[in-house]
Write a protein that binds this ligand. Structure first.
Ligand code: IVH
Length: 687
C-alpha cells in the first residue's frame, strides 16, 4: 500500500475501533464480536509498529477502557491500570521476546523466564486495604480514574473483606521459604495493601441468567463478561449479590520485597486472596507454548471462560526496567487463543461450478488464521446472499467458521471502504465450458446445463469418493485434480483401473502412499446399495433418498428401469425428484458410465436379503485407526456380511481388529486370550 493509503487505512481503523469501544465500554453494547474487534486492533497495532510516525495520542492503542459512567463516585488509581498487548502465534511471541531482549543486558537476557496465568474473560478491579480492611474497590474506568464499586465488590465472596491475620500471613510465607518477605511484612505491617484482579462469572451462572432473561422476554447477554461488567456497575448492590460472581487476584502493587511474579502470587495467597490454581511458572518460550497449546485444547473443561494465557516476565526487576509503552507494560503479553472469527480482505469473488452445474460464488480471501486453520476462501452461497451481505471485491470483512468447519462471511465492514471496491457480476456463461447459464423459477442458483462440463465432472468425482459415498480415504480433491490433469482418469469408473505405477509417476507421490491409495480404492469396491446410489450424484438424491430407493427396489436393475409413476410410489419422492432420477437413467452417457462402474464394483445386498453371509455369527470389536477405511465403513461391511460388531471385548468376541494407536481394548483382548488381527488380515477375511 502507498503511504497515503496507509495513513487513511490507519485513520479509518482507529475511528471504527473507537466507535465499537464506546459502544462496548460506555454503553455496554456489542455489535461485533470480541474476536473481530481484536483482529482490527491487531492490524492497527502492527501498522503502528511498522510506521511509528503515524501513531497519534488519541489512538485506541494508546489508552485503556472508556470514560467512567457518571453515576458512580470516581476513584483515582494510585498507579495507572494498564492493559496488555496481544500476541496470537508462536512467531508473535518470539518477536515480542526479541524486541524485549534488545533492551536488556546479556545477563538479564539469560535470566528471562516466565509466569503464566489463565486470562480470565471478566473485568479488572482494584482493591485497596487499609490496616487489613477493604477500604475501596474500583473498576478500571479509563485506567487513571475508575468507578467506586466497593459495595458491589463486597458482595463477592472471593473478595476478602479483611486480610488474614498478619501472624498467619508471616507463618505461611515462612513455610513457602520466603523469609525475607515475611520479615518485611513484620516490619512494615499491613497498613496499605493494593491488589488487582479480575471479576468473572461461571459458564453455568451465565446460562442460568440468560434463561431468566428469556423468561422475562429480555435480550440475551452475549458473553459472561458482559454480565460480570453489568453486575458490578449496578447502583443497587442487592442486584449484584444475586449474581454468583467470582474473583481472582493477579497483581500486588505494594512492595514487600517480592522479586518475582511467582512470589507475588504466593503473597496474595497468604493474604487471603483467591488465586487461580492453574497459574504456572514456565522456564522458556517452548514451555510456554506447551501450556498455551494445552489450554487452547482444554479450555472447555474449565467452569469459566478464558481467552488466552497471560505471560509475564517473572523477574520483577526486569519487568520494571522494561517499563510501559502506550497502554501496556513491555514485560507482559496476552497470548490469545486462535480466533473463531477474524477480519480480512476479499481479494476476489469467483465462481465455483458444482456437480449438478450450480454456480456458487466464492470469495477469495487474504489468508487469515482462524482456530489454527488458515482460511483462504469463504462461500457466498448465491446471488441473494451477496446482496444481503452487500459484499464487494476489495471489502474488509469479518469471517467466521460456522460450527468450526465452513468459513463464512459474517459481516462487511463498510466503514473501511476506500471507494475502489468493485461490485461482483454474475457471469452469463459457465466459466469452465462456456455454456449459457440457465435458471429455473424455483431455484436460487444459476446452472451450467452441460453435463459434459469439465468443472462439473471434477466435482462429481470429489463427491463420488466422499464419506457418504465410496469413502476412499486419502483420495482428496488435490490428488483427484492431479489424476485428471495427467489424464490418468476421466471419470469415477476409471478410478478402479488405476495401478500403483500410474500413481507413483505423479510428482511427489511416495511409493508407500501410492500403495495405500490403490489399496483404499480396491477396498472400496465392496459397497452397499444406498451408498452406491448416493455416489452417482443424481440431482436431488441425497443420503436419505438413496436409502429409500435401495430399500424399495433392493437392486440396481429395478431402479434403473423404474418409470415416473413407480418412483412416485415411494414415500417422500415427489415429481421433481422422480424426474431427476428418471432423467439421469435415460441419459445414454450415464448408462455407459454405470455399466463400466458395475464391472468393477460389488454391490453388497442389504442384510435382510442375505442368508448365511460370509461372516455369519462372527463377533468383532474394532480398536485404533484403520488405514484404508473408516471404522463406520468396516462396521457396515461386517454387518452386511451377517457379522456382529460390539463395543467391548468379552469372552464371546471372535476377533479384535487392531488399527493404529489401539486403545485399552487390545489389552483386554490379550488378557482374555481373544484373537487379534491386523487390518490386512481382516481384509483377507472378506475375500
Ligand atoms: S495481568 C499489566 N492476569 O486482561 C496488566 N490480567 O488485556 C496486568 N486479565 O486488564 C494484567 N486475567 O483485566 C492479568 N490472569 C490475569 C488476567 C488478566 C484477565 C485481564 C485484565 C487486564 C486484561 C489485559
Amino acid at each position: 500500500m502507498a503511504r497515503e493509503e496507509l495513513k487513511k487505512r490507519i485513520g479509518k481503523l482507529r475511528e471504527l475501533i473507537n466507535h465499537h469501544r464506546y459502544l462496548y465500554h460506555v454503553l455496554d453494547k456489542q455489535e461485533i464480536s470480541d474476536e473481530a474487534l481484536d483482529s482490527l486492533k491487531k492490524e492497527l497495532f502492527d501498522l503502528e509498529q511498522k510506521y511509528p510516525e503515524f501513531i497519534t495520542l488519541d489512538s485506541p492503542t494508546q489508552r485503556v477502557g472508556g470514560a467512567p459512567l457518571k453515576e458512580f463516585k470516581k476513584i483515582r488509581h494510585p498507579e495507572r491500570m494498564l492493559s496488555l498487548n496481544d500476541v496470537f502465534s508462536k512467531q508473535d511471541f518470539l518477536d515480542w521476546q526479541e524486541r524485549v531482549s534488545k533492551l536488556l543486558t546479556e545477563k538479564e537476557k539469560k535470566d528471562i523466564d516466565f509466569y503464566c496465568e489463565l486470562k480470565l474473560d471478566g473485568l479488572a478491579i482494584e482493591l485497596i486495604y487499609e490496616n487489613g480492611l477493604l477500604k475501596t474497590g474500583s473498576t478500571r474506568g479509563d485506567g487513571i480514574v475508575g468507578e467506586d464499586v466497593t459495595q458491589n465488590l463486597k458482595t463477592i465472596e472471593a473478595v476478602p473483606l479483611r486480610l488474614r491475620d498478619i501472624n498467619k500471613v508471616i507463618e505461611e510465607l515462612k513455610k513457602e521459604n520466603l523469609k525475607k518477605i515475611a520479615e518485611n511484612i513484620r516490619n512494615k505491617g499491613l497498613k496499605k495493601v493494593i491488589v488487582r484482579g479480575e471479576v468473572f462469572l461461571t459458564k453455568k451462572e451465565f446460562e442460568k441468567i440468560n434463561k431468566i432473561q428469556v423468561k422475562k422476554g429480555l435480550p440475551l447477554y452475549a458473553n459472561p463478561r458482559n454480565i460480570a461488567a453489568g453486575s458490578i456497575r449496578q447502583l443497587d448492590p442487592k442486584v449484584t449479590a444475586l449474581r454468583q460472581l467470582d474473583s481472582n487476584a493477579y497483581d500486588l502493587l505494594t512492595d514487600f520485597g517480592q522479586k518475582t511474579h511467582e512470589e507475588t502470587h504466593k503473597i496474595l495467597k497468604a493474604l487471603g486472596f483467591k488465586i487461580n490454581k492453574n497459574n504456572k511458572y514456565r522456564q522458556n518460550a517452548n514451555k510456554v507454548f506447551e501450556l498455551h497449546k494445552f489450554w487452547q485444547k482444554n479450555r472447555d473443561s474449565l467452569p469459566y471462560e478464558i481467552d488466552g494465557i497471560v505471560v509475564i516476565i517473572n523477574n520483577n526487576n526486569i519487568f520494571k526496567k522494561l517499563g510501559v509503552v502506550g497502554k501496556a507494560p513491555r514485560g507482559a503479553v496476552a497470548f490469545k487463543f486462535s480466533l473463531k472469527q477474524a477480519t480480512t480482505k476479499v481479494e476476489d469473488i469467483f465462481i465455483q461450478v458444482g456437480r449438478t452445474g450450480a454456480m456458487t460464488p466464492v470469495a477469495r480471501l487474504k489468508p487469515v488464521s482462524i482456530s489454527g486453520v488458515t482460511i483462504t476462501r469463504a462461500t457466498l452461497h448465491n446471488k441473494d446472499e451477496i446482496k444481503r451481505l452487500g459484499v464487494k471485491i476489495g471489502d474488509t470483512v469479518i469471517v467466521g467458521r460456522a460450527g468450526d468447519v465452513i468459513p463464512d462471511i459474517v459481516k462487511v465492514l463498510t466503514e473501511l471502504r476506500t471507494g475502489k471496491e468493485k461490485d461482483f457480476k454474475m457471469p452469463k456463461v459457465c466459466p469452465s465450458c462456456g455454456s449459457k447459464l440457465i435458471k429455473s423459477e424455483r431455484e436460487l442458483f444459476w446452472r451450467c446445463p452441460n453435463s459434459k462440463c469439465f468443472a462439473r465432472k471434477r466435482r462429481a468425482l470429489y463427491y463420488f469418493v466422499s464419506r457418504g459415498a465410496f469413502d476412499i480415504r486419502g483420495l482428496g480433491p488435490k490428488i483427484i485434480d492431479r489424476l485428471l490433469e495427467e489424464g490418468l482418469i476421466r471419470d469415477a469408473a476409471d478410478l478402479f483401473e488405476l495401478k500403483e505405477g500410474d500413481v507413483v509417476q505423479l510428482e511427489r507421490f511416495a511409493e508407500k502412499s501410492a500403495e495405500n491409495l490403490i489399496k483404499a480404492v480396491q477396498n472400496s469396491r465392496k459397497i452397499s446399495l444406498p451408498r452406491f446410489i448416493y455416489a452417482l450424484g443424481i440431482r436431488n438424491v441425497g443420503q436419505e433418498t438413496s436409502q429409500d430407493l435401495a430399500e424399495y427396489f433392493g437392486d440396481m436393475g429395478k431402479l434403473e428401469k423404474a418409470n415416473l409413476d413407480e418412483l412416485q410410489k415411494i414415500k417422500d419422492i415427489g415429481p421433481v425428484v422422480a424426474e431427476s432420477i428418471n432423467k439421469w437413467f435415460s441419459d445414454e452417457r450415464n448408462r455407459k458410465f454405470l455399466w463400466r462402474l458395475k464391472i468393477s464394483i460389488n454391490i453388497i445386498k442389504t442384510k435382510k436379503e442375505i442368508k448365511g453371509g460370509k461372516l455369519k455369527g462372527r463377533r468383532f470389536v474394532l480398536t485404533g485407526e484403520l488405514k484404508t477405511m473408516s471404522r463406520n465403513r468396516v462396521r457396515e461391511i461386517i454387518r452386511n456380511l451377517d457379522g456382529n460388531v460390539s463395543e467391548a471385548v468379552s469372552k464371546n468376541t471372535d476377533f479384535v481388529v487392531v488399527g493404529l494407536n489401539p486403545g485399552s481394548k487390545l489389552k483386554m483382548a490379550e488378557k482374555l486370550g481373544v484373537k487379534t488381527i491386523k487390518e490386512e488380515e481382516f481384509l483377507k477375511l472378506l475375500q
